[in-house]
Design a protein around this ligand. Sequence first.
Ligand code: FAD
Length: 394
Amino acid sequence: AQPKIVIVGGGFGGAAAARFVKTYVPGASVTLIEPQAHYTACPFSNLVIAGLRSLEAQQFGYDGLKAIGIKVIGDRADDVDAPARTVTLSSGDTLSYDKLILSPGIDIRWGALEGYDEAAASIMPHAWKAGPQTSLLREQLEAMPDGGTVIMSVPTAPYRCPPGPYERASLIAHYLKTQKPASKLIILDAKDEFSKQPLFLEAWAEHYPDHLEWIGASDFGRVISVDPGAMTLSTDFDTYDADVANVIPPQKAGEIAARAGVADQTGWCPINPVDFSSTLQPDVYVIGDATIAAPMPKSAFSANLQAKLCALQIARELKGEALAPTILANTCYSYVTPGAAVSITGVYSNEGGQLSSIEGSGGLSPAGPASSVRAAEAAEAEAWFQQITQQTFG
Ligand code: FAD
């Protein structure tokens, strides 16, 4: 019989998984469940927030997947019965599967940061899921009078896109410097160390000495509560008044993961890295941000590669072949100005049931290079975005 593969979530992980399962197992019935008619990509959304790109340029539909024979259902998966191998949709319909791939991304841990609930997010946007939140933060920055203070709150790891807050800070600082020069951005960080830190610090000293201040955990940067009514953010030491507040809150795997019984007490999903099968439920796979896959970061690049690996191993298993381990990689680009970017690359092994970084591989962009090096990386970033969205959504 035709194997039935069901995929939940049509983002960078799920849409790629659907495509590659269909490619590697052409005879399979492949169904993708995604409630939104258009996916809005987070990578490059920091450019939208800085007024350098339209939100429409971030949006992708599912016609390319339908064209290769994938059934796309515009609905939400409400529940999974793993022993029965069924998924229940909001419509009430139930689908049965032989293999289920979950790529639901993140959900916010509402209330984990005191004062930050769903209502607070409409006043202090997180913009950590692209779409209306991205537009709201952009509109708030545009409406802010010159001389205003923007405050960004950044959580401890793990969270979606480790360098994302610092790219966003760079581009907001660029907007302030060029459009509202009497204004300032303060980053209140729950950590002392962050991704690509030396490269960001170098860029900030060069480009934004008067427009961006970063306060780490040791200097009481960790935000412990927010008050959207008063527009304040409090640390152990101080209370900050904000004209615009971008609160990046603590996160967990998308809710369906807990419903399916594949999330553990951390809120994230343990997997076997050889094929990204859940260690908690049979015939369920989890890829992308929802997983515990460190040292791989929660990135679109990682989600895409995990999707390909998962699809390949499912194809092997269905053919009765052995699941061979492989090499994985990730590169994350971050803009530090509209025309300059820096990157970090990691290379990983999944041999022996463990994900580990391969010593001596990967690394950071060089410090203090000719400006042409940063410009070349900005062009590479653009090419990466074109390529990954084309490959994923067609
Ligand atoms: P998502 O892409 O979020 O997809 C999840 C999908 O599942 C969504 O479409 C959602 O609607 C759907 N879904 C959820 N629950 C259900 C359900 N119950 N039923 C049906 N569907 C459901 N990564 C990079 O590699 N490079 C970058 O430059 C980069 N920049 C970023 C900048 C910012 C500001 C942010 C916030 C993130 C950035 N990322 C970047 C990270 C990247 O966006 C994520 O890592 C990536 O989207 C993860 O893919 P995913 O498939 O796990 O989740």
